[in-house]
Design a protein around this ligand. Structure first.
Ligand SMILES: [Zn+2]
Length: 392
């Protein structure tokens, strides 16, 4: 690559001279081919020459200006006049693409619109317009992405005015596929109807939401629905903690004990384990419930199994369900009913490893995007930003 090209970040330009300490001024001329933009003709007559001054990407902390010699031509082929065009510089623009990209990156990395505008002597509307332009362009590049093979569906809160939004996550490639407003069947219908390549979806991962299950069955007929391990285990834990609260309200409200009960036994230090064992020994009813809770949890955390291994596990799971549904505690009976209605989707978890933990992580990132913009009023602006920043 010629030195001039790599210095400027623009192809085909030659540096004539430069000067400046505060602001760097670079005189350049273009040495690439020129052709008529109307008919691609190469037979041209030179009519006029002038200088164009362009803002260019900074050299370190110093602002940089390009002074570019540009020509006006007449095409001998089609007799039309035109001003010379250059790669990396838009028609009529007073700044180069590398400079616009610089502003985009700086704004994205957290420098506020106002700070950038003052520092770069731009209008603050210009900063936001350039930012939006580049976002739009990046989005257009991946406009027709087909549906992912492994899709995660989850909801997240958007705003008090518009309520909840639904996230569609590409769990295989670990990126956001799309976000759309609403979480009910009615709200999601128009969006899902226009989606292309729905047949390609093989697995849909979701929390225990019957709405999402109905949607997935209708719109992704070829996909297997799998529950999300994180949500299933969270539900199990909630119900068991309720039972504990019924059996021993004082113990349940003790924060130290609560932390011991919620932890996986293998993560307990010997001292903590001894303390928990002591507590359980003095409450035999809770001990029995705790043992069952851990047994169920271990079963639900299984992954990477072959179909044959799963077949051996299914009777165990069914017997646990039976035990839950005939339990003397209302929260456990309720849990039994829920798990019963999701048993196929839960059993599939053993075969898969992908789960909505990825989506949950993106929700944190999306919250940061929203907070950095001091909240979004317009959902489409939010969607654009989420798709570009979390989607590649
Ligand atoms: Zn022409």
């Amino acid at each position: 690559m010629p030195l001039d090209t790599s210095l400027l970040g623009l192809p085909g330009f030659r540096i004539v001279r430069w000067e400046g300490i505060e602001t760097v001024r670079i005189w350049v001329c273009y040495e690439g081919p020129v052709e008529c933009p109307h008919c691609q003709g190469q037979k041209l007559r030179l009519k006029d020459t002038r200088e164009r001054v362009l803002r260019h990407a900074s050299m370190g902390l110093r602002p940089c200006m390009l002074i570019l010699k540009t020509h006006k031509y007449r095409c001998e082929g089609c007799q039309r006049y035109f001003n010379q065009r250059f790669p990396g510089i838009g028609a009529w623009r007073r700044s180069t693409e590398p400079y616009r990209r610089q502003i985009f990156v700086q704004h994205q990395e957290g420098i506020s619109q106002k700070t950038l505008a003052t520092r770069e002597r731009l209008g603050s509307a210009t900063v936001s317009r350039w930012y939006q332009d580049l976002l739009d362009r990046k989005l257009r590049e991946r406009q027709n992405d087909p549906c992912p093979r492994i899709l995660g569906i989850d909801e997240h809160f958007f705003s008090r005015k518009d309520g909840y939004a639904t996230t569609f996550c590409d769990l295989g490639k670990r990126k956001i596929f799309d976000v759309t407003l609403g979480r009910s069947e009615k709200a999601l219908h128009p969006y899902l109807n226009q989606l292309v390549g729905k047949d390609q979806v093989r697995v849909v991962c979701m929390d225990l939401s019957t709405t999402y299950r109905a949607i997935a069955r209708e719109h992704f007929p070829k996909a297997l629905i799998v529950t999300d391990r994180f949500h299933v285990i969270r539900l199990v834990n909630q119900r068991f903690l309720e039972v504990w609260g019924q059996l021993d309200p004082t113990g349940r409200s003790h924060r130290g004990l609560l932390s011991l009960m919620r932890r996986l036994p293998k993560n307990l230090k010997p001292q903590q384990e001894a303390r928990l064992r002591e507590y359980l020994k003095s409450h035999p009813a809770i001990e029995a419930v705790y043992a069952f809770w851990q047994k169920l949890g271990r079963l639900l955390r299984i992954k990477h199994r072959t179909a044959r291994q799963c077949r051996r596990l299914i009777p165990i799971f069914l017997s646990y369900l039976q035990e839950l549904r005939s339990s003397g505690f209302a929260p456990l009976r309720q849990l039994g009913e829920t798990l019963e209605s999701w048993k196929e989707e839960i059993v599939r978890m053993w075969r898969f490893t992908k789960n909505n933990g990825i989506t949950e992580g993106f929700h944190t990132k999306m919250e940061m995007i929203s907070r950095r913009a001091f909240g979004f009023r317009n959902f489409q602006n939010y969607r654009l930003r989420v798709r570009v920043l979390c989607g590649s």
